[in-house]
Design a protein around this ligand. Structure first.
Ligand SMILES: [Zn+2]
Length: 228
């Protein structure tokens, strides 16, 4: 792992994805998720230039819910952009149990997560007909959340990502972070995934995403705080 030389600009942002009740203890609990709460809290104590949280925040009839389509949970359908025609920009969509419905207890940050240390919270998946795993934008790039403008306005160079779930919202956010031009790091011991195949790590590595752990992150941030 390379520690940036002091001459290089280094403005690190921490992006904490979806540390919400439903993804830790609720309807779509990610295996091992309770174990990362303390790790993420430790990351939030480091001197990042920005500390940004996200919330999956769906209407009750969201397109990603199995109940919306009256189909079995974890089955798959093909989705299109709103108004899109058959076959055009088709995407496979997993149908999830109802989760993180806006302003319900399941959408709240999980108990024990120090969300008060966040500067700002970005909401995603708020449109009934559009899934949005990425914290940056929807999968068809129809519209951005406020995150891209926020990172640019704050002069961020490096995005460090933690949270849930590694194989969905973390992976898609990390890929978009690279596409938006940021040096992107995933903090492995602060991430848990729905599936245990581990294939998401290979995918992210191929996309140019860098991997490290929370201790290495602390070392990089310690050097950063000394430089400031
Ligand atoms: Zn969701």
């Amino acid at each position: 792992m390379a520690i940036p030389p002091s001459s290089a600009p280094f403005v690190p942002a921490l992006l904490v994805i979806d540390m919400q009740h439903d993804f830790v203890h609720g309807s779509l609990a990610v295996p091992g998720a309770p174990q990362i709460i303390d790790v993420v809290n430790k990351l939030l104590s480091f001197p990042f230039a920005s500390k940004i949280g996200t919330k999956d925040f769906h209407p009750s009839n969201h397109i990603s819910f199995a109940a919306t389509h009256r189909k079995p949970e974890f089955s798959k359908i093909t989705i299109y952009p709103p108004g899109g025609t058959e076959g055009e920009r088709a995407l496979e969509q997993v149908l999830w149990p109802v989760h993180c419905v806006a302003s319900t207890p399941g959408s709240e940050f999980v108990h024990g997560f120090n969300h008060e240390a966040l500067d700002i919270v970005v909401h995603k998946g708020t449109h009934p007909d559009i899934e949005s795993y990425s914290a940056f934008r929807d999968p068809w790039h129809l519209s951005n959340t406020e995150l891209p403008d926020l990172l640019q306005a704050r002069g961020v160079t490096d995005v460090f990502i933690a949270g849930l779930a590694g194989d969905y919202c973390v992976k898609c956010s990390a890929i978009d972070s690279v596409l938006f031009g940021y040096k992107t790091w995933v903090i492995q011991d602060a991430i848990r995934s729905v599936s245990d195949t581990g294939s998401e790590w290979e995918v992210m590595e191929k996309e140019g995403i860098l991997e490290l752990d929370s201790i290495q992150t602390g070392e990089m941030l310690r050097n950063y705080s000394i430089e400031k």
